[in-house]
Unconditional design. Sequence first.
Length: 732
Amino acid sequence: MAHEAAVVVFITQIVALLIAGRLMGELMQRVGQPPVIGQILAGVLLGPSVLGYLAPGLYHGLFPAGVEAKAMLDAVAQLGILLLLLMTGMETDLSVFRTARRPALSISLAGIVLPFACGVALGIFLPESLLPGPQQRLITTLFLGTALSICSVKIVALVVRDLGFVRRTVGQVIIAASILDDTIGWLIVSVIFSLAVRGRIDFAAVTRSLLGTVIFLTLSFTIGRRVVYQVIRWSNDSLTSEMATCTTIVVIAGLMALVTNAIGVHLVLGAFIAGVLVGQAPMLTTRIDAQLRGLIVALFMPVFFSLAGLSTDLGALAKPQLLLLTGTLIVLASAGKFIGAFLGGRVGGLSYAESFAVGCGMNARGSTEIIVASIGLSLGALSESLFTAIVAMAVVTTMAMPPMLRWALARLPVGTAEQARIEREEREGRGLFGALERMLVAVDASPSGEFASHLGGLLAGVRRLPATVLHLDAPGGSAALNETSAGRANAAARAAAASGDQAAADVADRVVITTRSGEPDACENAIAAEARKGYDLLLLGREPAASGGEFDLQITRSAARFGGAFAIVVARGIHRAPSPGGRLNILVPVSGTRVSRQAAELAVALTQASRGSLAALYLGNSARARMPWHRRVGRAVAPPNTGVAALRDVRALAAPYGVSVDSQVRRGGDAQNVILEQLRSHGHDLLVMGVTPRASDQLFFGELAAAMLERAPCSLLFVSVDPATPADTSAA
């Protein structure tokens, strides 16, 4: 009965912390503050400072002093630390650091060294009454230095994102520097942990811990990256139970945390590095990320930070000595971080205004500081008074950071080059490849299947798009055909990588193309089964593809069973030869609609990957010109500059990738004949068309697409990425 009563109390505590943490977090977010501040304040309200003072009986009934109740809450807190570090690592975008490494490195180092030195100096002169024990001064001093020196990448990224400065150069520098801050900070915490456990400086043990950490990091970012990626991929593709991949990710974090614990450093380092590796894995789709984030944000985050607030006794701040210490901490933390980051920004080549904004942006402790303080409290390296002072410092600096950064950023002008880069990145983010995360290439052994494998490999390599090749042939001899498809796709991916922004070796890391066989009598079921694993584009290549101007019924069923965006490959001409490859000479009709623009994006990627050539053709009002006069009356006519604008948009899409576009405007005449004439006169070997399925029992993209399916002499790629887009009545 006593155990059951303890469980009831525990559930009541969790419910109370969740309600208070969620409501206060919502309130803080509505006034422009990070939700974590509200969650900490919720714990303060439920703790001895407020509830314990106003209703001591209720407080002691809700949070009894029994060992069992405290142990259960402590277990939740420790698990919360691991999961929060996992999420922090997943949010650590190393590509941002690569683009701003020089200023980020100098800002991070200067911004850590100066406040760390201030914290160490404070710890040296700290009165013994504030120490957890006379023999703990060294460990307490190191924890103080760490608490003052590092910032919270989660809070920094959240504020920069909310202010709309993620794509600004200074915003990327701030985020990159905070990423490095967090990484260095957890390394420091891990080393301090090894000292705290032993209670003294054991140089041999510290050397082993440092050496073990170096080996762990080296293995993690080499072999570990591929292992994590393959495990996540296997889990997503092989396990059918609900949220199996989320369980796999948590297991990976737990195992890596145990490894770091075994080498004598804290569990948090393993969880953080696991999060970094998971976040880099191309298999981490938005769906999986949202599932895992939902678990952490909904349960562990409000509970953990509310527990941190619960351990804070603001009544202790009434003591002049502790109040003075808290004020000193706030001043040293803010001034040390600001001056260090400002000087680091100047050394890194930033202007005075940019360095000032960086100094303001790096001065947010938030979640990271609370976790560090919680670890110090659990190890006995911090007293409850020092813990309260550090939490107060974290709250004050975090609440001061958003308005200061907003004020500083509002005074930063946008340069011409920076504005051009921002517009390009926003355009790419809104485009086709900004939304795609994973591609399924469903093929058979026909020439269309071989060509689809080749095109899939090109797209996977040049846009770093994870892909799976699904072979739809009969099992007899299927293994050899599977290997042929995979080999062709992998070869194309590696060749395309050299045309993109990554090395060919990186493709093996991030773009791993595998094969699986579908049953010969249930190919559509095989596609449907794969579609449930998180693909958002089907590249389909199988024969018979069409009869005249109509698609084969199997093509119709395959596209329908996938249930999402798809592209159909039909091989003709030179691409019916074995091992299709070489440079592609592509023609893409455009009309200014979204669906034709998406086809143009795909054409640009294939041109870049194959080092081929691209022509864009705008057909002006040709469909209207063929109508009888009585049907033309009242119909809208495209403005004269529509073709120029559509072609200019295609050139803008292609320019960042070094692809030149031969653009033409053709007005009047029959659209079918104009396209066929262009194909023959310029020797195009691939026609890429953006299409929209019409309502029909059989797959139908309109008369123009049907005519090309029947009469075009070259290979075809019909792209239906946005079915909700209104039908294109001209070139699509």
